[in-house]
Design a protein around this ligand. Structure first.
Ligand SMILES: [Zn+2]
Length: 162
């Protein structure tokens, strides 16, 4: 009975990748797509040297697997990131998540031009990614899923999470 489509595949628009984009990955995808390191992304947000380490720590934190910020600051000074999308990724079930480019995190409400200067759209050849990523050959971002809690062993032996 392999030819019968599963119930899941008949509901709506099947997710072309099958895994939700996590909030921490969304931030990293958008930052990396802008070509910025953490230090570069953080730079517009501090003015005195003594704040640099704190600001960079906050930028690392928001990309940490498992972190969902209740309030996220606007990133517009360093890279385009939709706070609305971020909220949806944090607070709504995966089937309500907006469709995002799996390579750069672009959503279709965010203006973005492709290399030819046209409005970005979904790639014809690979619906997981946007037309800009198809043109530039940006690879699909490997999702970083939260580690399951390592099982406690009776002798409290150490387990290093991969
Ligand atoms: Zn893209």
């Amino acid at each position: 009975m392999r030819s019968v489509p599963s119930l899941l595949s008949m509901i709506g628009d099947p997710d072309p990748v099958g895994a939700a984009v996590m909030p921490w990955d969304y931030i990293r995808m958008r930052r990396e797509a802008a070509g910025l390191s953490i230090a570069q992304a953080a730079r517009p947000f501090w003015h005195h040297g003594e704040h640099q380490a704190d600001v960079e720590r906050n930028f690392r934190r928001i990309e940490t697997v498992g972190i969902r910020m209740k309030r996220l600051w606007s990133m517009t000074r360093s890279f385009p990131l939709s706070l609305t999308v971020y909220r949806q990724l944090c607070d709504t079930p995966a089937d309500r998540h907006p469709r995002l480019c799996r390579a750069c995190g672009w959503d279709e409400w965010t203006p973005q031009l492709d290399v030819e200067g046209f409005d970005c759209t979904w790639a014809q050849a690979d619906p997981r990614i946007c037309s800009l990523c198809a043109q530039t050959g940006r690879r699909v971002f490997p999702p970083r899923l939260p580690n399951p809690h390592p099982r406690q062993t009776p002798d409290r032996g150490h387990q290093i999470a991969a």
